[in-house]
Design a protein around this ligand. Sequence first.
Ligand SMILES: Nc1nc2c(c(=O)[nH]1)N[C@H]1C(S)=C(S)[C@@H](COP(=O)(O)OP(=O)(O)OC[C@H]3O[C@@H](n4cnc5c(=O)[nH]c(N)nc54)[C@H](O)[C@@H]3O)O[C@H]1N2
Ligand SMILES: Nc1nc2c(c(=O)[nH]1)N[C@H]1C(S)=C(S)[C@@H](COP(=O)(O)OP(=O)(O)OC[C@H]3O[C@@H](n4cnc5c(=O)[nH]c(N)nc54)[C@H](O)[C@@H]3O)O[C@H]1N2
Ligand code: SF4
Ligand SMILES: [Mo]
Length: 895
Amino acid sequence: MTATIAKTTCPYCGVGCGVNFTVPDSTSKSGLTEVPPVSGDLDHPANFGRLCVKGSSLSQTLQSDDRLLAPSVNGDVVSWDSALETVSGKIAQVVKDHGPDSFAFYLSGQILTEDYYVANKLAKGFIGTANVDTNSRLCMASAVVGYKRAFGSDTVPCNYEDLELCDLLIMVGSNAAWTHPILYQRIVEAKKQRPNMKVVVVDPRETATCDIADLHLAIKPGSDAAIFSFLLQHSVQAGVLDNGFISRHTNGFKEALNQALESTPTLTSAANFCGISDEDLMQLANWWVETPETVTFYSQGINQSSSGVDKCNAIINCHLATGRIGKEGAGPFSITGQPNAMGGREVGGLANQLAAHMDFATPGALELVQRFWQAPNMATENGLKAVDLFQAMEEGKIKVAWIMSTNPMVSLPDTAQVRRALEKCELVIVSDCKAHTDTTAMADVLFPATGWSEKDGTVTNSERRISRQRGLLPAPGEAQHDWWAICEVAKRLGYQSAFSYRNVHEIFAEHAALSAFENSGKRDFDIGHFSQITKSEYDALTPVQWPVPKGRPEGTKRMFEDGRFFTPDKRAKFVPIVPILPLQEKTSDWPFTLNTGRVRDQWHTMTRTGDAALLTKHTDQPYVEIHPKDARQLGIEDKTLVRITSPYGEVLLKAKISRAVAPGNVFVPIHWTQQFSNASVVSNLIPQVVDPLSGQPESKHAQVSLEAVKNCAYGVVISATPLETLDFTYWCYVPSEHGYHYEVVWPVGQSVASLQSLFTDGHQEKGEWLEYTNPKTQQIRLAYIDNQKLALAVYLHPKPESISCDWLAMTLVNNDVLSDLERMAILVGSPANVEDKGEIVCSCFQIGSKQIEKAVAGGVCSVEGLGAKLKCGTNCGSCLPELKHFIPIITELSA
Ligand SMILES: Nc1nc2c(c(=O)[nH]1)N[C@H]1C(S)=C(S)[C@@H](COP(=O)(O)OP(=O)(O)OC[C@H]3O[C@@H](n4cnc5c(=O)[nH]c(N)nc54)[C@H](O)[C@@H]3O)O[C@H]1N2
Ligand SMILES: Nc1nc2c(c(=O)[nH]1)N[C@H]1C(S)=C(S)[C@@H](COP(=O)(O)OP(=O)(O)OC[C@H]3O[C@@H](n4cnc5c(=O)[nH]c(N)nc54)[C@H](O)[C@@H]3O)O[C@H]1N2
Ligand code: SF4
Ligand SMILES: [Mo]
């Protein structure tokens, strides 16, 4: 087989790493049985050849048994033509009967810029509604509004190099070690080269990112604004204002300063608001004062808040006051989460944007865009933001909703409300690559979409860098590109000429032309250089940072170097900020503050990473992280089942007892859906509380109560075939290389007979049961042997116990007749002659905690030494923070 190597871009986080993809020769495309592993693109300026474990596992996510392969209407597979007719017919009818606002798109920062562009154009210019919102509302909306208030435009000033060049890096509400791993590795490397570089982490939780922190401020949830309010007023006292910059390039400094003095008059007032010590806050303030090269790097701990926009501006205020912007190694840097969150912002794919960084309120913009598009039905004002959109749906105002590349049944707050909204909506269209998601389950029409490696277009990463995702593999089944489906609906609505693109590069060229149309430097987003791009140029496009106006093909590394902003008077604006805490208050009924976020090896709702067994090894089940003091008080033991309740719903999760969270706070990951577990969707608990300016939900803070679920028996089920009934108190499906692995919880008191009938119910019993019970310890261990081979193993204990499941799964596919020793080993639950690795720490090389402990006990005393001995940590580096914890701290005694 010959193969060509093509360059494309990772579809996960906003770092936007370049990926080398080995395309199998077309003559050997035999049902995609083997996709060679991907590697990092040495030439890509985001990653210079490195990939994290999610990126390097990409090829293992391409062969899913659950691809959505054909369009369907009301559960019946139909032709594309028929599905498109159904959709366009219904849109035409509701627009005629109820007006254009009865239709809505709910899009995603994971579709490509070209998909986004045509969706936005169809809705805002042709159907005539601005009800185009996206999951970026849950992600970047506050950062966008923060930038726009300060700069007059949604412009990220910095680039990745600034993170390496700065002398002080303040990481606020970011767990980049897990969420932007390659960027984090670049920071780690820079700090190694320049040990004087300081890193401060602001996060209520102790995270893997704290590993490189010189200072960790474990603040009270939601209290960040007070830190920056204090830094602003302290900058005056300490004499580090850049008065020249303030007077030449900004407005509103005095008002912002007065507010800061009123809100945080003293060090102690600010420290108390944040629940940290005066000394710690003063340490940050001293470094801030000493360090002109400061970058403040912020993410969802800032954005997902009922005052997220104010927090962004509190940060930006400090940078404007000290002139730390538009310079190497300095600036307020909001990092994007999704691979194309930035691209969505560029086309204007949010309900309160128009197009190409123009808003409805931008003078002249409406007429300009209308003229450019030759649009017959321009929307004239802002549409509904995500949460309002789903509320309007429940009220019956939105009658047709087209959801593309997002899973709102999992990711929007208050799942029960989202369910009611989708039930009420007359026609729910879901475009997805997967057949079974919590949202496809609610659809009337399913459109099968091409996914990463099949679809063609551009994405923009966190440093404004536009890169190509390339279509390299054939579309499976009848899957089609998202832009194609949108254009086909548009044509059936009568808009043939405006949507008759023959190739995706034509959409990109039009998008580029609109960005430059009557722009001449007025708008930040200008990629006019590409407005005539040909197919071959598009195919050869190399990564470039916007703006890329005509005559500047090399793009733009850093913004605002000349101190000119995009407000009418070209001056940046200070915004007076009053720090506030999360809106939901602690009460005796809801005494715990719930924080939510990501784990290292899973992506969002697991529709892709959940397919790679390797990626479930780091964290195989959802959990609730809880402080030992709270756990003790509530009688909760490690790994036992906990019920969490809020006024909106409940979930069941296993406890992870840890000092990483403060007493009174708990943390739950966002990833597990009903496809993977019966009751672990954390959005069930989150209220639809949003920031009044950005509409971004306060997904990081909800008030909940916790209780231990008593009288449980804990079990593991390993089966050769999927279980037909999942009649457990709790179950979690753990993807495995072989067979089907479930972690389960039952009520205590199960009998052997009842268990056996649970698993063989309705089947002819041909095989034999092996059985071990211990009445004293209440252990039950059963194995069903069919045709001399293991078909099912069930382990049940009164307390959670660890069972070596990888080995059992291997036994399922072992073709040899089982020996007596193996039968015995199955009942014991551990192999006689295979090393127990413990929990996997290094996913790339599958190195477990017990192997690492053994190496350390054998004398290895550094992370590098572990790498040399076991290879762990030597590929993507994502596990380096965890590896460090295995190395004993040796204090050198000087003579
Ligand atoms: N592995 C992995 N990586 C991802 C993703 C993924 O799903 N998996 N998703 C991508 C996406 S779309 C996004 S948006 C990014 C998100 O990237 P991050 O924002 O880094 O990730 P999160 O875990 O959501 O939240 C970050 C931190 O905010 C903290 N936090 C909570 N409340 C507060 C607060 O009040 N103040 C402060 N200062 N911190 C607080 C949490 O404890 C958490 O550690 O990750 C991207 N990268
Ligand atoms: N409580 C809480 N909630 C949160 C967050 C949090 O931190 N806490 N974070 C929020 C954030 S920042 C984000 S970004 C969201 C993410 O939440 P979602 O966007 O809901 O999560 P995904 O799993 O990424 O959903 C993407 C869907 O698109 C499908 N898909 C993938 N590629 C394509 C494609 O090319 N075309 C089409 N049509 N479909 C495709 C996938 O199979 C999947 O079903 O969650 C938000 N919700
Ligand atoms: S850091 Fe990892 S997930 Fe993010 S783009 Fe790079 S390889 Fe992909
Ligand atoms: Mo996100």
